[in-house]
Design a protein around this ligand. Sequence first.
Ligand code: EPU
Length: 448
Amino acid sequence: MNPTGDSAAPESGDPQAGRAGAPDDIAPAPAEIRVRPGEPLAGELEIGGAKNSVLKLLAATTLAEGLSTLRRVPRIADVTTMIELLQSFGCGAWFSDDDVLHVEVPERLEPHASYDLVSRMRASIAVLGPLLARCGEAMVALPGGDDFGSRPIDMHLSALERLGVDIDVSHGYVHARASVLKGEEVSLAWPSVGATENIMMAATAAEGRTVIHNAAREPEIADLAAFLNRMGAEVLGAGSPTITINGGGPLAPVDHTPVPDRIETAVFLAAVGIAGGEITLRGAQPGHLRMLCDKLGEMNLRTSTIKGGLWAMAPQRLRATEIVTLPYPGVATDYQPLLVAMLSLAEGVGLVTENVFANRFRYVGELVRMGADIRVEGRCAIVRGRERLSGAPVRATDIRAGAALVVAGLGAEGETIVRDTHHISRGHEDLVGKLQSLGADVAWVPAG
Ligand code: EPU
């Protein structure tokens, strides 16, 4: 089945990400990102923990009373939102170091996720499974649609119903209740990341064995399984299409370092592909990026596994190729805007097919404002590469599209000003500072 519907403002330093984890701080002034083309990139930087792992691990901390610790946590706005959500349940959460986050989970939780918080971040739905496991009930606002489609949660809910959860959806909330969770066989119509995670977390408290068929296989799923197993759960097969959870055992708080962010890694690979040069990404996990690196190889970008990271070198000019997004281990949909930005400057005609989300080409109009030659037809984008783009004011439409517009600016004559940067700060830690460390001409500037 295809789920897409066919069946504040200093010159440097992220004014928003720097505030993550400090909800009491005054909101930063809006700022824009200015990008100019420059010298080829050179140098190395450290890749942070994966946003899409950290958010679910934070939700999973609520499964056990006591103090859990997460390391390598990126200072991004979505982490702040998840912290606020945990605080609204009655948890304490604080950073003890730049990237070390502690969560103190009380004996009793208030299992209510408000619309105010859930509407800021769809990933909030990840609290549904753990709250049910811990409290036997949960009231979680429906996340609604977003910038790339309606994004239903039907698979989350029907799987939880199979585990014995009574679900009532009314007045914009999911009201879920289970006197006893029971292990069951669950088959997903599509390997949904979020549904797999919610079922895994709920099933840790279920009596007996839960088997998830057609489970998502993303590295973040294996990371969540490792976290749960460290807590004392028994989760087998994560990373394969069949995950078994033997539930019911007691869980204890843990100390865990999440997997590195493969999407952040892709941002810098795209940046070097567009600006030229040679970079090293320390802490990157090449094993999680195989399919992407193969595609980049077809585009003539060289990558190589080195001790503790990934090295990359750009060709004189990228070459066009065909790209099809798919669930892991396929080329991730989150790389898609970055790849389209690269193809906009590559030699030849690229074809990109988006299979995961119904409407993930909204940002294309912004690239076209920068002179890109892209035609979108349904789920496909035909990209005719140009030698140069032309700097322009553009708007970030979502987290990944925002990062793609910034790196596209490295290949555009003149100045590109990226607006609506709150999207970028939701998911990319210090993007500007990290690009500057590679020699890119990028800066925060006050909103015009
Ligand atoms: N879907 C349904 N019903 C469901 C669940 C999903 O129809 O009950 C559909 C979705 O509408 C979509 C497809 O299935 O078309 C895949 O959705 P999935 O559930 O796998 O995605 P997700 O869990 O909502 C996570 C990431 C996304 C990433 C996708 C795909 C987080 C917080 N989000 O979303 O990341 O694109 O998996 O890999 O983990 C991002 O980080 O910017 C981002 C959007």
